[in-house]
Ligand binder design. Structure first.
Ligand SMILES: Nc1ncnc2c1ncn2[C@@H]1O[C@H](COP(=O)(O)OP(=O)(O)OP(=O)(O)O)[C@@H](O)[C@H]1O
Ligand SMILES: [Mg+2]
Length: 227
């Protein structure tokens, strides 16, 4: 593919800040990651429901749906998964620029790809949410019947079975979607957003967020330690 040349950025007069003021909330991307069946889609849509009730503008980019359109030409090789995540992160960035709270629900198994996605957002805008559920739980749920097919060798390069999942090392939030009730998981995400002052443009409504200096980003910890 030939790279585009002679392109010059055109600055908009209506900016993200203007849109955020109109919305009365800030924008950000909530990047849900976890095994298939860990609950990314369920949680992202339930969080969206809650935020919508709170008059927030939201949009969920969901794995399978995006593979029907924007990424329909991609498979599940390492290279294609990387390109999938790159396109999604760019789409999410446009949503964030438009003032929306964007949510992405993709396995996004590789640390490098998630770090690259994080890297295209301004500091603090990329909120990585690890949907923590063991392989055993996910396999037992087997929502799409894919684990059974992967074990039978009918689905190649299936995350957790024949392709690795690299758990986040320092996500902003870990949610125990394998053990906790959905409502509790939703509450945890919304509480985090409130603490980060994303649901309001009034800084006085923010609460204190512990800052992990080594990560240089706010962390609300659940005592999670990566394996
Ligand atoms: N706390 C919870 N959070 C999210 N899902 C939960 C929770 N508890 C139980 N579940 C159930 O787990 C399943 C999660 O399926 P879901 O399709 O959301 O997973 P996913 O991570 O999006 O998988 P995939 O990567 O294959 O799209 C659903 O059946 C959901 O009802
Ligand atoms: Mg899903």
């Amino acid at each position: 593919m030939t790279k585009s040349t002679n392109t010059i950025w055109h600055n908009a007069t209506v900016t993200r800040t203007h849109r955020e003021r109109l919305n009365s909330h800030r924008s950000a991307v909530l990047w849900f990651t976890g095994l298939s069946g860990s609950g990314k889609s369920t949680l992202a849509h339930a969080v969206e429901d809650r935020l919508h009730q709170l008059n927030c503008r939201t949009y969920v980019l969901d794995g399978d749906n995006i593979r029907h359109g924007l990424c329909s030409d991609l498979g599940f090789s390492v290279a294609d998964r990387s390109e999938n995540i790159r396109r999604i992160s760019e789409a999410a960035k446009l949503l964030v620029e438009s003032g929306v709270i964007a949510m992405t629900a993709f396995i996004s198994p590789f640390h490098t790809d998630r770090q690259r996605a994080r890297g295209i957002f301004p500091h603090g805008d990329f909120i990585e949410i690890f949907c923590q559920a063991s392989l055993e739980v996910c396999e037992q749920r087997d929502v799409k019947g894919l684990y059974r097919r992967a074990r039978a060798g009918e689905v190649k390069e299936f995350t957790g079975i024949s392709s690795p999942y690299e758990a986040p090392l320092a996500p902003e939030l870990v949610v125990s979607t394998g053990e906790c009730l959905l409502d509790d998981c939703v509450a945890r995400v919304v509480e985090y957003l409130q603490c980060r002052n994303i649901l309001s443009i009034n800084p006085e409504q923010a609460c204190v967020v512990e800052v992990d200096d080594s990560q240089e980003r706010p962390v609300i910890s659940s005592g999670y330690s990566p394996e």
